[in-house]
Write a protein that binds this ligand. Sequence first.
Ligand SMILES: C[S@@+](CC[C@H](N)C(=O)[O-])C[C@H]1O[C@@H](n2cnc3c(N)ncnc32)[C@H](O)[C@@H]1O
Length: 285
Amino acid sequence: MNQPVTPSRDTSTAQAFSTSWNNLPGGSVYTAAQFADWMAPLGPDDLRGRRVLELGCGNASLMVHAAGWKPARLVGVDLGDSVRSARVNMQRSTVDWEVLQGDLVEFESEGFDVAYCIGVLHHLKRPQAGFDAVVRNTRPGGRFHCWVYAREGNGVVRLIVEPVRRIACHLPWWVTKYLVATPLVVPYFIYAKVLAGLTGGGSSGLARWLRALPLFDYSMWIARRDFAFFRHVAFDQLVTPQTAYVSRGEVDAWLRSNPAVALDSTYVIFRNGNSWKFGGRVVGG
Ligand SMILES: C[S@@+](CC[C@H](N)C(=O)[O-])C[C@H]1O[C@@H](n2cnc3c(N)ncnc32)[C@H](O)[C@@H]1O
């Protein structure tokens, strides 16, 4: 799956993301705690000694932490030129790793013990085909795990961010990052930090009253990070030409309609009030 890369219906999306990933300082943009939260209910024991695949790996910000859970082999796939920064970020890793460039929807393998896909399916032209690729690349009896933006809980984002994204994704990346995302995220940064300060990170009695405010749970999560992370997330949302917001009904339909999914093993978790984590096992094994 290395060069030349066959053009895909997601090429412009992947190239837009590469302007985000390839213009960051080295290393992961996430903390180890963020990685663990994204992966739960999977934990270190589920990856240790296993063959693990990430579909849509960006600059390997998640792979860097996955490597810390000591898999036997760790493979990342991304369609964009972010594979360059992904390889640099993985360079110092001591696990057996590989980063491949190609379309995850077409990706074929013998099947991994664990396949995960975080923050990607909602950016594909065909999200369900991406989900089917995650399942197809999980061995019989192996585990798959995905995370997508939810339709539920994202009303404000769909109302305010989406119209801006439709214009901003056509601008040069640096205009979007520094002249659109940066000023746009300042009021949200203040909102999240003030909310977190007032509610002790969501744990005080006052939190019960303020919970009804837009993006409350998500704000408690992101308020642990600095302004640079807020801006990265805002830029990531604005740079892409393709975003979908996935309903619980759609997640359930994807799980139900793939015959390789062992239905009694599945889980769907509402995360931070505005996204879905879901996964399970592949039949057999
Ligand atoms: C929001 S980023 C998420 C990256 C990483 N999973 C993370 O959470 O940090 C979405 C990634 O999906 C990649 N992508 C989009 N369409 C793709 C496709 N068809 N095949 C492979 N990668 C794709 C983009 O290039 C981008 O790096």
